[in-house]
Design a protein around this ligand. Structure first.
Ligand code: NAP
Length: 492
């Protein structure tokens, strides 16, 4: 296969796959059509990914259905061992997987490697959890009758994932799905299919049976329509924008699928006067600038109390100005390019609107001299809650600071959004930590930290940020059904 991907970056060049993976076999698909995969740092074509036709997607569904009974019947320890091998192969290939990720997505190599290990953690965690999908025995209400519940795999599942975490978003879904005994059909984002195919290659090497894990790339609306309308697909797990999530939820209603949605956010990060200033600046930087601000849990509104405002802004400005922007493969890079020109234009629109409304640019504010989709790390002050930048997810490296006076005001500003994924606040007052922690209408709340993700903890949103949870013992619920068995005739 011709591509300009620099294979010398890979120890194991067989991990670079540009075909679909259906029924345990790599295939160019029935049309032979391909889509360019670009390196956002250089704009060059690094691969030409096969595009699935309807027939290819239907075949993926059929082969998943054929593989489902044996995978579900396999004992939990046997399934666990296959998953454990997959985990070990992912970890052993972390450098190669990170190189593929940086090439197609742009994030700094160290961050990409962190994403691979974070995602692998879900495979490891669920390889263990599959041994613990317990049911209950319920005290009976009738003599001679026994009541019990069992958790059973929901059946064939599908996932549709975004480009911002091309590896972890897949593993966060495939880990619990496979553990529960469900095959999964993966539809990665068009921008970043190579992380998905590399994971599938390692899955096959680990012994995941044919049909249990498939990758179909191509026209999103067509693939989404099949995966949501097909009666054989019983669960859909989606991570992406709220707009597309709503569409997929509506489409899935026709066959009443189990739907898990991890959607957009508009995270507040509140800094109270009593905060530890160092922790607040470190937390704001980690939450805001990871992945160039392109995460669903990025602090989108930094809400700072008047007493600490100036000291915090001064420290944050120093940290923002110290960030090194560059190609993700350069060791010193701390911020890579944005994913596309459209992403840069959205960032520019938000800054322009804020400045027109009276906000001040304290750092950055423009495209970076490196060109392409590189953007300067930016700090704005004097932002108001009614500005575009505070109402919409910016998805870029811009920290907008909103000032406030009272705790009630901060909570009201934070909750004034249809989104409810992640929120953060910094305070050393224990009573306030409980009060505000409980008052924030978000599925995940970080207190005195900007980094909250861990495979053992439940991640997910409220309001228009989604349904269901990923990670922890709750994550497997999205792929199991609870069956109640009422057994009579036992009076002896
Ligand atoms: P997106 O446009 O919604 O795309 C996400 C996925 O949906 C991609 O695979 C995309 O395919 C696919 N898609 C688009 N239109 C579709 C359709 N009509 N039918 C079926 N699939 C369709 O979101 P994005 O811009 O890639 O990702 C950024 C968004 O994801 C942000 O809002 C972010 O907050 C959210 N996100 C949420 C979480 C979370 O855990 N809550 C995590 C990460 C990101 P193509 O790429 O091929 O178009």
């Amino acid at each position: 296969m011709d591509s300009t991907f620099d294979r010398s970056r890979l120890r194991d060049a067989d991990l670079l796959r540009e075909d679909l993976f259906i029924d345990g076999v790599w295939t160019p698909g029935s049309s032979g059509e391909r889509t360019d995969v670009l390196d956002p740092a250089t704009g060059t074509v690094i691969a030409r990914m096969a595009a699935a036709t309807e027939a290819d997607v239907l075949r993926a569904v059929d082969t998943a259905a054929a593989a489902a009974p044996a995978w579900a019947r396999m004992t939990a320890p046997d399934r666990s061992r296959v998953m454990r091998r997959w985990y070990e192969l992912i970890v052993a290939s972390a450098d190669d997987l990170a190189a593929i990720l940086t090439a197609e997505q742009g994030k700094p190599f160290a961050e990409a490697r962190g994403e691979i290990l974070y995602g692998a953690g879900f495979v490891e965690w669920y390889a263990e959890e599959c041994k613990r999908t317990y049911g209950d025995v319920i005290p009976s209400n009738v003599a001679g009758r026994r009541l019990l519940t069992v958790r059973q795999p929901v059946g064939v599942s599908a996932s549709i994932t975004p480009w911002n975490f091309p590896s972890a978003m897949i593993l966060r879904k495939a880990g619990p799905a496979l553990a529960a005994g469900c095959p999964m059909i993966i539809k990665p984002a068009e921008e970043t299919p190579l992380s998905a195919t590399a994971l599938a290659e390692l899955g096959a090497r680990a012994g995941i049976p044919a049909g249990v894990l498939s990758v179909v790339a191509g026209t999103p609306a067509m693939i989404g329509e099949i995966l949501t309308s097909h009666p054989t697909v019983r669960a859909l797990s989606f991570t992406g924008s709220t707009e597309v999530g709503k569409l997929l939820m509506a489409q899935s209603a026709r066959t009443v699928k189990k739907v898990a949605l991890e959607l957009g956010g508009n995270a507040p990060l509140i800094v109270f006067d009593d905060a530890d200033l160092d922790a607040a600046v470190t937390g704001a930087m980690a939450s805001k600038f990871r992945n160039a601000g392109q995460t669903c849990v990025c602090a989108n509104r930094i809400i700072v109390q008047s007493g600490i405002h100036d000291a915090f802004v001064e420290r944050l400005q120093t940290a923002v100005e110290a960030l090194t922007v560059g190609n993700g493969f350069e060791e010193k890079s701390e911020q890579g390019p944005l994913i596309s020109q459209a992403a840069v234009e959205k960032v520019e629109r938000h800054i322009e609107d804020a400045v027109a409304g009276g906000a001040t640019v304290r750092a950055g504010g423009a495209r970076h001299p490196l060109g392409q989709t590189f953007f300067e790390p930016t700090l704005l002050t004097g932002v108001r809650p009614d500005m575009l930048i505070a109402r919409e997810e910016t998805f870029g490296p811009v920290a907008p600071v909103i000032a406030f006076d009272t705790e009630d005001e901060a909570v009201a500003i934070a909750n004034d959004t249809p989104f409810g994924l992640a929120g953060y606040f910094f305070s050393t007052d224990l009573a306030r930590m409980w009060r505000v922690g409980e008052a924030l209408e978000f599925g995940v709340v970080g207190v005195n930290t900007g980094l909250i993700s861990y495979e053992g903890a439940p991640f997910g949103g409220v309001k228009e940020s989604g349904l269901g949870r990923e990670g922890s013992r709750h994550g497997i619920d999205e792929f199991t059904e609870l069956k109640y068995l009422c057994v009579d005739g036992l009076a002896g």
